[in-house]
Each structure stands twice: as C-alpha cells, then as structure tokens.
Design a protein around this ligand. Structure first.
Ligand SMILES: [Ca+2]
Length: 339
C-alpha cells in the first residue's frame, strides 16, 4: 500500500517536472524566436525590402509549433506508392475536376492553346495540390515561413523564400491581406512558393495584381511555369513496367533528388518483361524508378516500377517527390479519358 502511494507520488512529481521543463523550454523557444525575428528584419531591409513593409508584415509573426510537426511527417515520406496514388486520383476527384472544367471551359481552353500545356495536366495539378481550390490552407504563411526559417532543418531555403515574399508585397504584386496558405508557405490554387510566384506567376487578366486563388491568373501562371521549364505537350510522363530481376541495381532510382542513369527506352529492353506491349516511342530518353524501396520496409525491389520521361521530371520541379509526380500524371491520364 505504502509502496503504491510512493509510486503515485513519484509519478506526479515526474509529470510536474516534465511540465515545468516543457514550459521553460517553450519560453526559451519564444525568446529565441523573437531574437531571430529581429535579426531577420535587419537582413530583409539589407536585401532591399522597404522598412515599412518589413515592420508591417513581420509585426504579427508568431512561431507555429505545428508547422515543425507537419514538416517531420509528410505523406510523401511514409505512404506506399499504390496507396498514395489511389487516394489522390479516384473517380470522385475526376468528377470534381470535370465540373470545374465545364464551368471555366473557355478560359482553360484558351490557356491550353496559348501556353502549350494540356488542360488535363493543369486540372490534375490543381486537383492534387488543393482538391480544386478546396484546401488552399488557412495558415498565415508569413508565420509558417518564419517558423521554418527559424528551424534548423532548411533554414537557408525558407529564409530566402520569406524575403522574396516580402519583396512581392513591397512591389504590390500580391496583396498581403490574403497571404494564407499551406504550412510550408505555399499559396493559391496551385500552391506556389514565393520564388515560383516571383519567377513564373502572371497577372493574366491584367488588373494589376496576381490572384493565385482565382481561375484566370492561377491557371495561366501554372501553364506559364510548366511551359518555361520545358513541358512537352503530347509526350508521355511515365509508363508502368514489369522488371526482370536481372536488372543491375544502378538503374533503379528511388530518390527524386537526382534521377540517374537515363538511357533510350530500347536500351532497357532485356530488363523489361512487358517491353513488346509498351505503346511508346522506344527512342525516347527514360529512366527507371522503383519508389517504394527506400520508404516501405521490406518492399519488393522490382515492383512497382516505372519508366519515366522528361515530362515526369518537370512535375518533380513542382514538388520533389516520386509519388507526387506519379499521382499528377495518373490523374492527368484519368481526365484524358473523360474530356
Ligand atoms: Ca490579376
């Protein structure tokens, strides 16, 4: 009995200790964050953003602990390919995309012609990124970017993104009152990061601001981006293959960071069991990906496997995840059969 009481007491002391420790560490975090904000503001002004905009935009910035949690737990890092792609390319999604296309047909058709990018691809990207504008994100992206800049993991990258965002506000290109988006600082129907806005977004309807939550500007900006990075209309993105186990490991890509060992399709002939059934130009340059190897414990080394082409790598520019690009191109194909 006495022992149990002592145990209880010890447990409660233990929890009190944990509680006070976590409180003091979060206080420490806050003051560290404030110090970071001060030095960031100096850096932003030095980079050419006006003091007025830096003060205004950074005045309400806060540290968002959830952003760090999301950063460490992205579905691209743990879902197997089949689950990831299936979840994001189902019939419901196709139906929703078709409804949007029907409503905005003249604008989308015009943009397709002007920028030489298939409407099915634009719809697929919007469908995967935000479920056709339904999940635009409600995070204050200035605070998201500030949190990720303060965090050590990719500090340099996010600091640059935040400075670009401040510059865009300073130049009146985007309205700071609508800067709500994803936990990672992406914004609008197609989830553009600030640098993508700076380099590729356009004011398509010429009303002086870029509105990435509206159809005209967001579709034209996405199409312009794909066109500029070299998307080739009417050429394939990927094709599923059955690999022979004799294939040397060096030809299997499992990371989106660096696609290696690209060869003409014909080069891989002896390693592909369904080679004769592949309805593609065998002189196209391709690489082989096996996306589950590094992520799914005990995954089969040879399945699923895909031949990927230059267009697939353009989608990786958008989001460097093998599964993301597979999902986008699969949804694009699903639209192709419907439009
Ligand atoms: Ca506009």
């Amino acid at each position: 009995m006495l022992l149990k009481k002592m145990q209880k007491k010890l447990i409660s002391i233990y929890f009190l200790l944990i509680l006070s420790f976590s409180q003091s560490s979060s206080l420490a975090n806050n003051s560290d964050f404030d110090t970071w904000v001060k030095s960031f503001k100096i850096q932003a002004v030095k980079s050419g953003v006006s003091e007025k905009v830096v003060d205004e935009v950074m005045s309400k910035v806060i540290f968002l602990p959830n952003v760090i949690k999301y950063d460490r737990f992205q579905p691209e890092f743990y879902e197997d390919t089949r689950t990831y792609v299936k979840k994001r390319t189902n019939k419901k999604k196709v139906k929703k995309g078709l409804a949007l296309y029907k409503k905005e047909k003249s604008t989308i058709d015009k943009i397709e012609k002007e920028f030489l990018v298939e409407k099915e691809l634009l719809l697929a990207l919007m469908g995967i990124e935000t479920n056709f504008g339904k999940y635009l994100g409600k995070m204050d992206i200035v605070s998201s970017l500030a949190t990720l800049s303060f965090d050590k993991r990719r500090s340099e990258f996010f600091t640059k993104e935040l400075i670009i965002l401040l510059k865009l506000v300073d130049q009146n290109v985007i309205d700071r009152k609508i800067l709500f988006g994803s936990w990672a600082g992406a914004f609008g129907n197609f989830q553009f990061m600030p640098r993508t806005i700076q380099n590729y977004a356009i004011d398509y309807n010429k009303n002086t601001t870029i509105e990435l939550k509206k159809t005209e500007d967001s579709f034209a900006s996405a199409a312009n981006y794909l066109n500029k990075i070299g998307w080739k209309k009417n050429t394939p993105c990927f094709i599923k293959i059955n690999l022979d186990i004799s294939i040397p490991n060096k030809y299997l890509n499992s990371s989106a960071a660096n696609i290696k060992n690209k060869k003409k399709v014909i080069y891989f002939k002896k390693y592909i069991k369904n080679y004769n059934d592949l309805k593609i130009n065998k002189n196209l340059e391709a690489a082989i990906i096996t996306p589950d190897i590094d992520i799914v414990p005990g995954a089969n080394t040879y399945a699923p496997a895909y031949l990927i082409f230059s267009n697939y790598e353009k989608v990786l520019n958008w989001n460097r995840s093998l599964r993301f690009a597979l999902a986008v191109c699969t949804l694009k194909n699903n639209f192709k059969n419907e439009i």
